[in-house]
Design a protein. Sequence first.
Length: 432
Amino acid sequence: MKNNTKIKPELIAPAGNLEKMKTAFAFGADAVYLGIPDFSLRVRVNDFTLAGIDEATKYAHKIGKKVYATVNIFAHNKHLKKLPGHIEKLKKIGVDGLFISDPAVLGEVKRIWPKAKIILSTQANCTNWQAAIFWLKQGAKRIILSRELELSEIKEIKKRVPKLELECFIHGALCMAYSGRCFLSKYFNDRNANLGDCSQPCRWDYFISAENHETLELVEEKNGSYILNSKDLCLIKRVPEMIEAGISAFKIEGRAKSVYYLANVVGAYRKAIDVIQESKKTPLRQGFAGQAKKQKNNELKFLYEELEEKLYHRGYTEGFMFREGKAAQNLDNSHKIPEWEFCGQVIKNRKYGKGKIFVKAHNTMKVGDELEILRPSYDIIKMRLKRMADAKTGEKIKEAHGGGSEDVVILEVSGNVPEYSVLRRRVKIREL
C-alpha cells in the first residue's frame, strides 16, 4: 500500500451553536458539521437556523475553515415537501459539503445542486469496498465509514477505491445499536432516534421486575443497573496508525457537548496530528529514531491522560477498529466524574491590559481555587485564584457563578491567554 504519512487528515468538530463552532476553530478544527433540527440528527440541543448557518459559513470561510451541513435523517414523506427549499438555501449559503444517508435526499441534492460535495453519512452503514464503489458512482466524494469496521478493512477499502475520501469517527459517544440504527427511543417514548430525537434509553439505569412471576420487564429506576451504556470512543493513541491508513478526515462526535469539551478534545487531537506530522518531516539519523518514537508516544500518552482525567466520560474504549478485547460497556455508572470542573471561558483579553483576562463564568469560581487555563495551543497555565473583580463594576469579589447568572469577571494571570481559552477548577483533592 502507498505510504500515506504525508496526508494531513482534516480534523472535523461538532458545532451545536456559533460559540461552540468558534471555540472548535480556535483550538484547531479544520472544519465543523452542523445542521437545523428539521433535517439533522440533533433536534433538541441544536441552536442553528439557516440564518445561523449562513453566519457560521461566512465566519469559517473568512478564516480559511470549512462548514459541512447535515441532511442525514432517514426522510419520511413529510420531509420531502420541505427538502428542495432547504437544499436551495444551503446552496445559496455555499456550505462546503452535505452529509447524506437517504437515497431520496441524495437524488434531490443531485438534481438541485449537482456540484455539491456529497459526503455519505455513517447512518448509511458503508462497511465494504464494493458498497464504497457503489456510492462513489452515485456521486459521493467522501464516505463516513461505519464505526464497526476494523482498521484492516478500512485499509482495504482505501486500497481498492483510492479516489474516494474516507472519514472515520475518532472520539465521542458510541451507540449500542449498529451505527445508530436504534428503535428503543421510538418504542419507549415516541422520540425517533433516526430523525435526531433520541432520548438515549440505553443510558438509563434499570432493574428487573417479576411481580406477577410470569413476565420480566426492565424499568427505569434510580438504583438500577446500566445494561446498555456503551463506553466512549477515544483513539488518540492510534492517530499514527490512522494517518498511515490514509484516512482523509477524523471526526469528533458531540454537538450537544459544551465548549469545554470541544476545547479539550479538539485541542488534544490537533496536537496529536501535528506531533505525528512534524515527526515525519525531518529524517532522523540512525540512533535517534527510537528516541523520537518514545517522545511521540509520551506525548500521545499525556494527551490521553488529559482527556481521561479532565472530562466527564463513560470510560474509554477503542471500539471495533483495533479489537482491544476489553468490555466496551460501562455497567457501573452513567459517567465517570473527574476531579476538575469547567468554570469559565475567556471572552476578551485586551480591554484590561497585560496580565488581565475577561472571563465568562460557566460554573462556580472562588478565590482560593486551584485553576488550570487551557489555551488553544494546548498549553496549560496552572494557578491559584488569588483575586478577581466584577467586570461591570470593577469591584473585588470572592465568588462568581455560571448557570443563569453568567457572571463576567476579571482575573489576573501571568502569560498570554487568548480568547476562547477555557478554565477549570479542582473540585476534589486526589487521594494519594
